[in-house]
Ligand binder design. Structure first.
Ligand code: ADP
Ligand code: MG
Length: 398
């Protein structure tokens, strides 16, 4: 069941309205919601035009917006604020619309500003001044895509308010452009697609080459199973070099193999033409991961969670050994989950920190959580943040 209108969310919506009025002295024109996501499987395959299988989670960014009318002095200005890190009145970042350009806005405000900029690149669209206040409960820097929740909540709000009629696919492409060109993070199309297109209780099977999306029911409730997220609290950042370096290796591999993307490669044997063992391993992860996504969709359709679990772990091993984007904390979280009886586990998201997921029977939640906490304690790591997630509905008006 969608959790988007849980009593907690309703409380947050009301709170946001009040804070908005306190901050700006006006009521918002509306409130929109965009969820974070967990990627069940299919990691780093999106920018290789392959397959991904994420789902939106019941943690989201809520954004309240009011367009500033032409008669008001700040008509050509974006006023951007977030409740994040502020217990009382948030600070306002002010950006003149005609100064919006890649690199011109730094810090968190770059995300909503980037969306306004990307929309203004379209013919016949003129986004002018607006006041924005965001309140998000997606943990920041945990690999659950808090950054896309910000961008997606902003784009669905502006799409409605300015009556742009953009499709979810178009909005996904525009937020990607916003993030790549304006924020300067070379990310793929998965995260925003998950936030925009997911359906409650389903995963989103997305072909990143054709952008065809299919919902795949997650047979969790009938199997008494849940997805547990283990946030290692090791913060990753896409603006750092690791992600870009992996992209670079994939481009190198495609060039050597003379294909437009690694999606065109179907067997590991085809990778023998790559001499550099590192580049070959990177490409191997992409080729095998695409196959694992297809296999996961198949076994989900017959409700075989044990088989899903095996694929999750194979994916983790591939990211740990071939793509080398895991870290000690993620490996410990995955191994401890499995030892304590999880059906499957893997790191999720871009890597180098962030979160792992574990597919567990309901009655195992406590045991798995305890085992991971103990393993972290023994290794001297920070205490992880562990919680269950629900596959929720994609973005829209809250
Ligand atoms: P992830 O998307 O995995 O959480 P990123 O490093 O891609 O991690 O994005 C985190 C960044 O997104 C933060 O550093 C901040 O700039 C921005 N951000 C996310 N949520 C919020 C929020 N509620 N308020 C302000 N900024 C936010
Ligand atoms: Mg992000």
């Amino acid at each position: 069941m969608s959790n988007s209108k849980s009593p907690e969310t309703l409380g947050r919506i009301e709170n946001l309205r009040q804070k908005f009025f306190k901050l700006y002295g006006h009521h918002p024109e509306g409130i929109w919601r965009a969820p974070g996501r967990v990627n069940l499987i299919g990691e780093h395959t999106d920018y290789n035009l392959g397959y991904v299988l994420p789902f939106a989670i019941d943690k989201n960014a809520l954004v309240a917006i009011r367009r500033i009318s032409e008669r008001e002095p700040e008509a050509k200005q974006l006023n951007l604020a977030s409740t994040y890190g502020h217990s009382d009145i948030p600070e306002i970042t002010r950006v003149a619309v005609d100064q919006l350009a890649p690199g011109a806005v730094t810090g968190w405000a770059a995300y909503p500003a980037a969306v306004a900029w990307a929309l203004n690149q379209l013919d016949n669209v003129e986004i002018s001044g607006f006041e924005l206040l965001v309140d998000s409960d997606v943990p920041v820097g945990s690999g659950l895509s808090s950054s896309h929740a910000l961008e997606v909540s902003t784009i669905v709000a502006l799409n409605d308010l300015y009556e742009l009629g953009l499709s979810p696919t178009r909005m996904a492409q525009l937020t990607q452009q916003a993030e790549n060109d304006f924020v300067g993070a070379p990310t793929g199309i998965m995260d925003q697609s998950a936030s925009l297109m997911s359906k409650a209780q389903n995963a989103l099977f997305l072909d990143c080459r054709s952008m065809q999306a299919q919902t795949v029911p997650l047979p969790l409730a009938q199997n008494d199973a849940v997805v547990l997220v283990i946030d290692t609290r090791v913060e990753h950042s896409h603006v750092d070099g690791g992600y870009a370096a992996r992209r670079q290796s994939c481009e190198e591999a495609s060039e050597i193999l003379q294909v437009s993307s690694l999606r065109e490669i179907e067997t590991v044997a085809q990778l023998e033409a790559i001499e550099d063992p590192i580049v070959r391993r990177r490409a191997k992860h992409i080729v095998t991961e695409n196959q694992r996504v297809l296999d996961t969709v198949k076994v989900l359709k017959v409700g075989d969670l044990q088989a899903v679990g095996k694929l999750l772990y194979q994916s983790h091993v591939s990211m740990r050994d071939d793509y080398e984007i895991s870290c000690e904390e993620l490996d410990v979280a995955v191994e401890a989950s499995l030892e304590a009886g999880a059906i499957g586990a893997r790191m999720t998201g871009g890597g180098f920190g962030g979160s792992s997921i574990a597919l567990v029977k309901r009655e195992q939640i406590e045991a798995v959580s305890r085992a991971v906490r103990m393993a972290f304690d023994q290794a001297g790591y920070k205490e992880p943040n562990i919680f269950t997630v629900i596959a929720d509905e994609g973005a829209g008006r809250a």
